[in-house]
Design a protein around this ligand. Structure first.
Ligand code: HPA
Length: 314
């Protein structure tokens, strides 16, 4: 069932790409050829595209990376079968195929969330489609609240590990879904879910961008992300409890996407932009507009780091 749903989305995307390819070829060679011919050509005529290698999910207010992408094609999520539309502010809800820093990428510009009423499996679905289209690496970004009192707003946290406190997991080992996770039984392991080599690469690049980070007064951190369902922000008592569990940042996304990617043996890099101090750490209420304003203020350095990492990925 899941396999069939992924296949429908992949076939739809490949068909759209194939039609585009034919369109380009016809425009180049013979502008007078009837456009109806293009419609009669499908994925069976043009080999399916299987070249995208890095999938990138852009979190709240972090959609501006799209401006650096050389876009080949993009669609609103609701144009693709099996995808649910993203309705939240700061989440464009577009599936973008193109290149970034010379690398083939699939960019999920905005995400859907559990707090919109969606199931974990639906949240993870775009990652499974990106993988089926050839992505072997996932870069996941989000806006998060800082729990670690050494952190400050604007800092960027490399996610070293996560605590899934949503109560749900996108992976179900029903017979029909088992083909959607890797045949390798070790893929259920989460010990190395956040690929150590990619974290090292990010740290190496951050050292090179040191001047840039210093001028913007931003630090690169490395810590544990705790994901919960929302939509309410946490209570101060919850934040104190999460701190005692070892969480450094808190947010309402990411964990389901990473669970799905890890089960497909994808390499994963997670980056959180710390947009606010978590509840109770400062004497004021947290608002969504504060989160989006901080994303807008600090995303320039965040995007520079992200682009430099993509440029250096194997
Ligand atoms: N809590 C949960 N999610 C968030 C926060 C927060 O403080 N900031 C940004 N996303």
């Amino acid at each position: 069932m899941l396999q069939e749903r992924i296949k429908q989305a992949v076939d739809c995307i490949n068909n759209k790409l194939a039609v585009e390819k034919c369109q380009d070829a016809l425009d180049d060679t013979n502008a007078s050829v009837s456009k109806t011919l293009i419609k009669s050509l499908g994925a069976s005529v043009v080999a399916p595209e299987k070249q995208a290698k890095i999938a990138i999910i852009l979190g709240s207010g972090l959609g501006s990376l799209a401006g650096f992408i050389d876009v080949k094609q993009s669609w609103a999520y609701d144009e693709l079968p099996g995808f649910l539309p993203s309705k939240m502010p700061g989440h464009a809800g577009r599936f973008v195929i193109g290149t970034l820093e010379g690398r083939e990428i699939i960019c999920l510009q905005g995400r859907i969330h559990g707090y919109e009423g969606h199931q974990a499996a639906d949240i993870a679905f775009p990652v499974q489609v990106a993988h089926a289209l050839g992505a072997n690496t996932l870069i996941v970004t989000n806006a998060a609240g800082a729990i670690n009192s050494n952190y400050k707003v604007g800092d960027i946290m490399l996610i070293s590990d996560h605590i899934n406190f949503t109560g749900c997991n996108p992976i179900t080992l029903s017979a029909e879904n088992s083909a959607a996770i890797s045949a390798d039984a070790t893929s259920l392991d989460m010990t190395y879910a956040y690929t150590p080599a990619l974290r090292n690469l990010a740290k190496e690049i951050a050292i090179k961008l040191d001047g840039f980070f210093m001028r913007a007064n931003i630090n690169l951190r490395e810590g544990v992300y705790l994901g919960l369902r929302g939509p309410t922000f946490e209570t101060p008592a919850e934040i104190r409890a999460f701190r005692s569990w070892g969480a450094d940042a808190v947010g309402m996304s990411t964990v389901h996407e990473v669970l799905a990617a890890s089960c497909l043996n994808m390499q994963v890099l997670g980056l959180s932009l710390l947009t606010n101090m978590a509840a109770g750490m400062v004497d004021k209420a947290i608002t969504t507009s504060e989160v989006l304003d901080a994303s807008a203020e600090y995303e320039k350095v965040f995007m520079s780091l992200l682009r430099a990492i993509v440029a250096r990925m194997n």
